[in-house]
Design a protein around this ligand. Sequence first.
Ligand SMILES: Cc1cc2nc3c(=O)[nH]c(=O)nc-3n(C[C@H](O)[C@H](O)[C@H](O)COP(=O)(O)OP(=O)(O)OC[C@H]3O[C@@H](n4cnc5c(N)ncnc54)[C@H](O)[C@@H]3O)c2cc1C
Length: 470
Amino acid sequence: MSIHNYDVVIVGAGPGGSTAAKEAAESGLKTIFFERGRKPGEKNSSGSGLGPRMWLDFDIMKELSPDVCPSMRAGTAARHYFVDSNDEVASYIMTRPTSSVNYEPAKSFITMNIYRSEFDPWLAKFATDAGAELKTSTLIVGLLKEDGKVVGVIDEKGEKYRGIVIGADGVISTVARESGLRSKWAQKQVTITIQYDFEVSPKKIDDIMGDETLAVWWSAVFPAAYQVFFNDGFHIGFGNWMSWWDKNPLHYLNRCIKLKYFQRLVRILDAKPREFQSHLLPWQGEPYDTHTDNVMLIGDAGGFPCPLEAEGMYPAMITGRAAAEVAAEAISEGDTSIEFLSRYDTAWKKTSVGEDFEAGSELYSIWKALPFSPRENMSWIVPLVSEVLGGIIDWSEPHPKRIRQVARTIKGYLPKIIPMLMKEILPLLTASLGEEKMDLVTNPEKLLAAMPEVELALAQAFMSADDEEE
Ligand SMILES: Cc1cc2nc3c(=O)[nH]c(=O)nc-3n(C[C@H](O)[C@H](O)[C@H](O)COP(=O)(O)OP(=O)(O)OC[C@H]3O[C@@H](n4cnc5c(N)ncnc54)[C@H](O)[C@@H]3O)c2cc1C
C-alpha cells in the first residue's frame, strides 16, 4: 500500500473537520479530510439548532439560506413547559431574545434550526472549494506511527496518509483512542441522547406554532426535553450522563411523548413519527488532553460541547479553526511536538468557547442540579415556578390573602431554595462576575458604599421615619 503525503490530515467531515479543512487549505496547506459516511452529515443526529455566535465569527454563515438548506427554520421564541410529577403540564412561559442581546442575528433568533444532512455537505464544500481534498466513504481505522509517534492515519483499505493529524471524528474518536489521549469517556463525561423526529407540514407549523419554534419541557419525571422545529418537522429528545439512567432511556422519552399536552400538539400538528435516533454526546466541565505529538482533537472528539446546554456545532467550528491555525504555524516552524501544539490550548482558551469553559465547572454543576436532576430538584422547582406564575392570577380569595398564601407556600420551599442558591447560583455568579464584584453583591456595607444614592435614599427614609415618630 502506498503512502500519501499531506501537510494536514483531518479525520471527520462534521462542522469541526470541515472548518479545519477550509482554514488549513486557505492558509496554503496541502489538506485532506476523511468522512466515513457517503457524504458529510449522513451519520449525525438529524438536526441541530445553530447558535448566533456562528454568524458573528464565520462570514460564510451569511450565505446559509433555504436555497442551500431547505430545512432551515428560525427558532425565534421558546416555550418552556413545566411538567409536574403527575405528568401534567403545570405551567408554561414563552421567551424570546431579550433586550440585552446586542447583535444580529442574535436579536432575531435564539437558534437557526437545520438538518445536518443539508448543513454538513454545504459546509464541507467551502473546504473543497478552498482546495482541501475530501474522501468520503472512507473509514479511518488507525494511526500511522513511526518510532512510537503518530505521523499520519490509516484507512480501512490500508492506505496511509502522512501529515499533522486533526481528530474531528466525533464523540467516539478513533484518533483520541489510538493516540493514547483518551481510552474512553468516564460515565459523567458523556451523555446518551435520544430523540424522535416527526414530520409536519410547514404550513401547519407556521399556522399553529407561529415563531414559537423551540421548546424545553422542564420536568419532574424525565431529564428536560428539547423540541426543535425545522421547516417540515420537529424533533424531541433529551440526554443525561451515562451514570444517571436507572431504566432504558426510551422509557423516559416515551413518558414525555405520552404527555396529554404533547399528544394534543401531535394531533393538531398532524405530526407523523419519522425516525428514532440515539447518540452519545460529550458533556463536561473542561476539555483536557486535547493534543499530543503531531495530533490535535477538536469538537466532540476533544470534548468541547458547551458545559451548560452542550451546544456543540459552534465549539467544533471554533476549535477546528484554532487547530488549523496552529497546524500552519507548526508546519512553518517545523515543530509538531506536544510542546509546540500546546499553542492550540492557548488559542481556543482565548475564544468565546474558552470563555464558556472559564465557568465550565459551575455551568456543568448547575445543569446537573436542574434539568439533569428531575426527581431530586425539578420535582420541587416545577411546583414552585407554577405557584409563582399561577398563584397571584387567581380568583379563589381576595388578592391580599392570595399573596399571603403564595408567600407562605414559597417560604416552605426556602430550605431547598437557599442550599441551591449557595451551592449553585452563587458559585456561578462568582465565576461570571469575579470575586471582587460578587463581594459587592454579598457584602451589604460595600454595596451601599458603591451606590451612594441608595445610602442617601435609605438615610432620608430613616430620617423621615424619625420625624414622623417625633
Ligand atoms: C441528539 C443531538 C442533538 C444535538 N443538538 C445540537 C444542537 O441543537 N446544537 C448544537 O450546536 N449542537 C448539538 N449537538 C451537538 C453537535 O451535534 C456536536 O457537538 C457536533 O456535531 C460536533 O461536531 P464535530 O465536527 O466535532 O463532530 P461530528 O459532527 O460528530 O462529526 C464527526 C464526523 O466524523 C465522521 N467520523 C467519525 N469517525 C470516523 C472515522 N474513523 N473515519 C472517518 N470519518 C469518521 C463522522 O461520520 C462524522 O461525520 C447535538 C448532539 C446530539 C447527539
